[in-house]
Design a protein around this ligand. Structure first.
Ligand code: GTP
Ligand code: MG
Length: 201
């Protein structure tokens, strides 16, 4: 699939004010600074679409981007940013929680994990919460350009060993770099296959 148009539509803290067009959407979540906004820019080929920053805590709202006039990419705030105030953390959690619990259009959640790190408790807890709430998701290992291919592969192996302790079935996954564009075709094909199957139903 080729992305021919990508437009910013609206930013929200309120899930009830998100677009009510009924189109399917694919949301990006993960720790602050993991590369959610950069990945959206990489997939759409527009470096200025979603705001990115080397300082964590850049994205604070639910941001909808309309793609090819047919589906949305959704940029969410990051979780687990230690330097936020208690109130700030609670606010972000409320925004994310209400989106995930209420948004019927949310078709697949891409959970971003830094490919350089060993499994982090905060991500494991979040994945388990998704499982308990039966939300559809895939894992995206980010920033693969920052280390060798073999290092990425061995880290992913460790990750899935850890997941196997709790999960019977492992989720689909992608390895990406917003710098090199790695993973772009695979992710877009995956989204395209889901969109196609939704149209058939
Ligand atoms: P918040 O909105 O704060 O939650 O962060 P985010 O997850 O949206 O991260 P963002 O896309 O803003 O990227 C954070 C930093 O990581 C920026 O400095 C990016 O340039 C850098 N970055 C993101 N993805 C990659 C990648 O694939 N490779 C490299 N080398 N750097 C990346
Ligand atoms: Mg962001």
């Amino acid at each position: 699939m080729k992305i021919t148009s990508a437009e910013f539509v609206i930013s929200n803290t309120d899930v009830n004010k998100c677009p009510n067009t009924g189109l399917p959407e694919y949301a990006f979540i993960g720790r602050s600074n993991v590369g959610k906004s950069s990945l959206i820019n990489m997939l759409t080929g527009n470096k200025k679409l979603a705001m990115t920053s080397s300082t964590p805590g850049k994205t604070l709202l639910i941001n909808h981007f309309l793609i090819n006039k047919q589906w949305y990419l959704v940029d969410l705030p990051g979780y687990g940013y230690a330097n936020r105030s208690k109130k700030g953390v609670a606010n972000i959690q409320r925004v994310i929680g209400s989106y995930l619990e209420k948004r019927m259009e949310m078709t697949c959640l891409f959970v971003l994990i830094d490919s350089r790190l060993e499994p982090q408790k905060i991500d494991m807890d979040f994945l388990n919460w998704l499982g308990e709430n039966q939300l559809p998701f895939a894992i995206v290992f980010t920033k693969a350009d920052k280390q060798s291919k073999s290092r990425t592969e061995s880290n992913i192996k460790v990750y899935f060993e850890k997941l196997k302790e709790q999960w019977e079935e492992l989720p689909p996954y992608f390895v990406t770099s917003s710098l090199s564009g790695a993973g772009k075709d695979d992710m877009l094909s995956y989204i395209d296959s889901i969109n196609t199957s939704l149209k058939k139903n």
